[in-house]
Every structure is written in C-alpha cells, then in structure tokens.
Design a protein around this ligand. Structure first.
Ligand SMILES: [Zn+2]
Length: 144
C-alpha cells in the first residue's frame, strides 16, 4: 500500500472532532460503538517508531486526551486503545469506550460477539459536547 491507495491519506468521510496540522480525531460512524474515536496521523507513516520522539509524544498526548474526554462524558467500564495497522499501515489509534453490555464485551470489539448489539446514534448535542471536551483536553495537553 502506498500513499495513493491509503484510506487515511484522503480527506476523512467521518465526523472530525478536532484537527491540527499533525493529526485529526474522528468519530467513527459505528452504531454498535457510537463513541468510537480514532486518532489519525495526517502523514503517511507506518510505525510510531518512525516518528521522532517529540512527535510520538504528541501523538500519545492526543490519544490520552481523547481517552479522558470519553471517560468524562461516557463513564465507560473500560477504554480500549489499539494500534494495529495491518490493513492500513498508516499510524492511527483506536480509542473505544467499552461497556459491560456492549456487543462484544469482554472480548475485543473485533472479536466474537457475546450478545446482540443495541444500535444507537449519538445525538447532535452529545457529539458537540464530545468535540468540545476533546478539544479542551488536547489544547491543555499540547500546551503543557
Ligand atoms: Zn496513508
């Protein structure tokens, strides 16, 4: 896969909660996991260790800021963080609030389903609150 065929190198079709010239935070349109976020590096870079140390730190500050915003708003049972990139070798982090009654808990959300899901869409005011909280935590993290 190269830059031309990479789905993370094109403008996102997902709702962008926050973005600067380094990375973006998107809210995935997943009705089983309506608060599922992804932090996507804007540059086509395969591994975290390809980034210079300050950029690695900046990426993780952003990931943890998203985690804190999700914890504050949704009070999940657990946050799942994942960076795989086998299909899309372009640095990105999945940040997924998990609940004991979600479709796959306690398995990975990519694992075997344990129950029927209860599909839901976040309401616009919740999306707005999440975007505001994500922005606040990121600005705070990047300025400290
Ligand atoms: Zn890419």
């Amino acid at each position: 896969m190269n830059k031309e065929s990479c789905v993370l190198c094109i403008p996102s079709t997902q709702k962008i909660l926050w973005q600067d010239d380094f990375c973006r935070v998107v809210l995935l349109n997943d009705t089983d996991y309506p608060a599922y976020c992804r932090v996507e590096l804007l540059a086509h870079v395969k591994e975290m260790s390809d980034l210079p140390p300050l950029q690695r730190a900046r990426m993780m500050k952003t990931v943890f800021a998203v985690e804190m915003a999700l914890r504050e708003i949704f009070n999940p049972t657990k946050i799942n963080l994942a960076s795989l990139g086998n299909k899309t070798p372009h640095v990105h982090w999945h940040v997924i609030p998990r609940f004991e009654n979600d479709k796959h808990f306690p398995n990975s959300h990519w694992g075997e389903a344990m129950r029927d899901g209860s599909p839901v869409q976040l309401e616009a005011n919740i999306k707005k609150a999440l975007a505001d909280k994500v922005s606040a935590y990121i600005e705070c993290a990047l300025n400290s």
